[in-house]
Ligand binder design. Structure first.
Ligand code: XIL
Length: 400
């Protein structure tokens, strides 16, 4: 499934954020009003939950050992759209995010080009604001991402660095970013999309052709180093590999399977394997998703679904047919069931929850309607499919 990235991302806009206090990670599943919180935040978020569904939300439907997450819209494709930064300015969006989810993933705000836009300057404000929001709402955070081929700043890609300098740059970045949020991040996507689509090996090659600058310049050993540096900076965070096109047992996921075995044999602190899950109804559902998650679980890893969305080729009027909606709901349900069926799949994240801000129409020609709510926050059949599956699991009917 090739991604058609139509537009390059631009530089970061700055949000105002404050320093954050340590998160209460274990309380995340409990929802906005379950334990000792900053009092004003508690009140505000209890009210938000009340306005947007009360107890009738995804996080409150979930079994205790599963966090349900969303990407936090901002940066990336949003900067080319006709709206202000959603996380900073859209109050209804923020309220619903607090009410519905127990985990947050910065969609772009912790990527190199945002958080490290110049060599001598880190822009922590947007990520600080997300981490603080999460703490106020008893949500955990997934950090995304540290070693990737995409969305790197120009100073890095165009810079004239020796291999030794590059290595020092990566180490300093990981120590700085992971260290800043130590104790407040549940899971980090340390390495993102490092395997070639055909599974033939790591992404070695020119950056202009999707090569990973770090692996290409410094060799595959840099992956182990990145995990070690991240672990040193935050021993509590669970450290993940993350990719798309690895839903099924296929050449690409098997390349990860072999990589994980090697890393573990070397004692590298890799804790988890995450499947993004950018699906489309024009392709069949990856029926062996659970079996695939299970084989990583059997290696002693945690697993996670980190970026689920289910796009579709829209009819001419742009409105999905009821058959399309039903198929989409079925894909969401099955993806969640697959995770619920695997013991250490404890984190299930959708890549945005409203079509208002989805990346899909910007990146996939003629496809859309990929999230669980319309642009007006109307719950789609896919939302209800997730909710009823969560409730079943909580009552013990879903295998948990
Ligand atoms: C996407 C964002 O959603 C867009 O806003 C941005 O313009 C490009 O990146 N795999 C990933 C995510 O790991 O970081 C990508 O997010 C989607 C594919």
């Amino acid at each position: 499934m090739p991604l058609h990235r139509k537009s390059p991302t631009t530089t970061a806009r700055h949000l105002v954020g404050l320093a954050v206090a340590p998160a209460l990670l274990a309380l995340a599943a409990a929802g906005p009003s379950a334990a000792a919180p900053p009092p004003t935040a508690e009140k505000a978020q209890a009210q938000a939950a009340q306005r947007h569904g009360g107890a009738d939300t995804l996080r409150r439907s979930a079994p205790r050992d599963l966090v349900v997450g969303t990407a936090v819209a901002g940066g990336g494709h949003h900067e080319e759209q006709d709206y202000a930064d959603p996380f900073a300015y859209d109050v209804e969006y923020r309220d619903r995010m607090a009410a519905e989810f127990s985990s947050l993933s910065p969609e772009n705000q912790a990527k190199w080009e945002y958080i490290h836009p110049r060599q001598d300057f880190y822009n922590f404000y947007p990520m600080d604001a997300i981490v603080r929001f999460a703490q106020e709402n008893r949500q955990v955070v997934r950090g995304h991402t540290l070693l990737w081929h995409s969305q790197n700043p120009e100073w890095l890609e165009e810079g004239d660095f020796t291999d030794e300098e590059l290595r020092a740059i990566l180490k300093e970045h990981i120590q700085t970013v992971v260290g800043r949020y130590a104790g407040r991040i549940q899971q980090w996507d340390v390495a993102n999309e490092i395997v070639k689509d055909d599974g033939s090996g790591l992404r070695v090659g020119p950056t202009s052709e999707g090569g990973n600058i770090w692996i290409t310049r410094l060799g595959p050993g840099i992956i182990a180093d990145a995990f070690r540096w991240a672990h040193e900076a935050d021993p509590q965070a669970k450290l993940f590999l993350n990719d798309y096109g690895v839903e099924s047992v296929n050449a690409k996921s098997t390349a990860y399977y072999e990589l994980v075995k090697d890393l573990k044999a070397e004692g590298v602190p890799v804790d988890g394997f995450a499947i993004q899950g950018h699906l489309s109804t024009q392709y069949g559902f990856p029926a062996d998703l659970q079996a695939n998650l299970q084989r990583f679980d059997a290696l002693g890893l945690e697993t996670a679904i980190t970026e689920l969305d289910v796009r579709m080729v829209l009819p001419e009027d742009g409105i999905p047919t009821s058959a399309q909606q039903a198929q989409q709901a079925d894909y969401y349900r099955r993806a969640l069931q697959a995770c619920l069926g695997v013991e250490d799949c404890d984190s299930f994240t959708i890549w945005g929850f409203t079509d208002k801000y989805s990346w899909v129409p910007v990146f996939f020609t003629e496809e859309g309607s990929a999230t669980v709510m319309t642009a007006d926050y109307e719950r789609k059949p896919a939302y209800h499919a997730l909710q009823s599956t969560l409730l079943d699991a909580r009552r013990g009917a879903g295998g948990r």
